[in-house]
Design a protein around this ligand. Structure first.
Ligand code: GAP
Length: 434
């Protein structure tokens, strides 16, 4: 059964995944802070992306480029001229909306007034600032609205220094900023967010093949990390939806509580970006293909995902409620690679003999995994809390442990319990945690 939006937002706040930013000042709209569990989940999502896109491949390398780049970058990329959304204002209540996201283009969703919208104006989404102490038009700089351009402008640096030949990719994870007209749905659409983008450079005549390859590969990544197949779909963009740089885009959509919405876009950006940067910078970014003895501008296939949005989707997807002995059990069935805490160590009581053993076990396991040494409340409540935050294994130290040198390991999903000798505990967990 699909989870409702408020349930997941409440769980996120209650358990410390995500907090409203600046909460003690009444909150700052559309900005969020990741709490102790949220930051682990977000880091694990990014780590899994980096692992599959960079570490496991010899045709892709990573970079970490600056957030603030030369303003010419954004002129060349087309963002200064075309990175905008149609903005309308209600003449009655003065709220502003993205025209293309209105359910009814003739009725204000805030005050209900009909035919009250102004003519749409194109509103540029880039955040502007000034470099240095003088605020003049010459000093305008932009916070990057996508990580991709940092990759294009380093194409030649990376190709040369990493000695890459086509086809090859450059990957980057980092913050991006967009002055969204209508941010919303919790961390789904925010003005500051994180992206995971990879630009795959290839021969123009091989672009279609690589496009299909990356669409399949990216879908597989979500499924491999346990996302439910029925909640994922691939959707081709219609011609009127394509970004200014794309000749073909597939979205990976997720079934959010409010309906299907985008998780990631995979686009064929052709040679648009390298051509634009060659022309605007005067630096030739073409590639000499030794095998074919020809020079050309490579085409680019771009899988572009949102790290924060994907984290939110994994959280929603993992949530389930079950009836156990007449009570509702809430479980986050996260893949163990994503779970913020891998193992919770729980002494049955706070008696010093037990605490000493459980602390020793927690410290030993901590060298390999994210561990919680959870000592408060009854054992039942502690299990419930660990289920709710998605911890795959709980290790309970009881009074028998002092005699038999064994502990009880409880599996989050089956709730089955195994009695395991303490000296075998690490290898038992290693076999089960991916
Ligand atoms: N370089 C191409 C590009 O940026 P995009 O479709 O605009 O393409 C890629 O963005 C991904 O970044 C989206 O699929 C989404 O997951 C994420 N994203 C975009 N805008 C976002 C926002 N305002 N808040 C959260 N995530 C966002």
């Amino acid at each position: 059964m699909p989870i409702d939006f408020d349930t997941i937002v409440n769980l996120s706040k209650k358990r410390g995944f995500v907090f409203q930013s600046s909460e003690i000042y009444g909150g700052f709209r559309s900005a969020y802070d990741y709490g102790p569990l949220g930051v682990e989940l977000l880091r694990n999502v990014k780590e899994q992306w980096w692992h599959s896109m960079v570490r496991m491949r010899d045709d892709i390398v990573g970079i970490d480029s600056a957030v603030i780049q030369a303003p010419q970058v954004w002129v060349a990329s087309g963002h200064v001229a075309s990175f905008s959304d149609p903005l309308v204002e209600c003449r009655n209540c003065h709220n502003r909306f993205r025209e293309d996201k209105l359910d009814d283009p003739d009725q204000c969703p805030a005050c209900g007034e009909r035919d009250s919208f102004t003519e749409p104006k194109q509103f540029n989404l880039m955040f502007k600032t000034h470099m240095g102490p003088v605020e003049t038009d010459e000093n305008i700089a932009y916070l990057r609205p996508e990580t991709a351009q940092g990759i294009f402008i380093n194409f030649e640096n990376v190709r040369r220094t990493a000695r890459m030949s086509l086809p090859f990719g450059i990957a980057q994870i980092g913050k991006s900023f967009r002055n969204e007209i209508t941010p919303g749905q919790f961390v789904f659409r925010t003005r500051e967010f994180e992206q995971m983008e990879m630009e795959y450079f290839c021969r123009p005549d091989e672009a279609d093949t690589w496009f299909r390859y990356w669409v399949d590969e990216r879908r597989r990544w979500y499924l491999d990390l346990g996302m439910r197949e029925e909640n994922l779909r691939l959707r081709p963009h219609g011609a009127d939806e394509l970004s200014h740089y794309s000749v073909g885009t597939f979205d990976v959509d997720y079934r959010f509580p409010w309906g299907w919405d985008e998780l990631e876009g995979i686009a064929n950006r052709t040679d648009f970006d390298l051509r634009q940067h060659s022309e605007h910078s005067g630096v030739d970014l073409s590639y000499f293909d030794q095998e074919r003895n020809e020079r050309f501008l490579p085409y680019v296939i771009e899988p572009a995902a949102g790290a924060t949005r994907t984290t939110f989707a994994f959280l929603i997807d993992a949530y389930r409620e079950e009836e156990v002995r007449g009570e509702t059990r809430v479980v986050l069935g996260l893949d163990s690679r994503l779970a913020p805490v891998k193992v919770a160590v729980l002494p049955l009581s706070k008696k010093p003999q037990l605490m000493e053993v459980s602390q020793r076990i927690a410290d030993a396991l901590r060298t390999r995994w994210a561990i919680e040494h959870d000592i408060t409340q009854s054992i039942g409540r502690r299990y419930r809390r660990q289920d709710e935050i998605g911890t795959p294994y709980c290790v309970t130290v009881d009074f028998d442990s002092l005699d038999d040198g064994a502990v009880t390991v409880r599996d989050r999903d089956s709730m089955a319990q195994d009695r395991i000798s303490m000296d075998k505990l690490a290898s038992y967990l290693a076999e089960r945690l991916t």
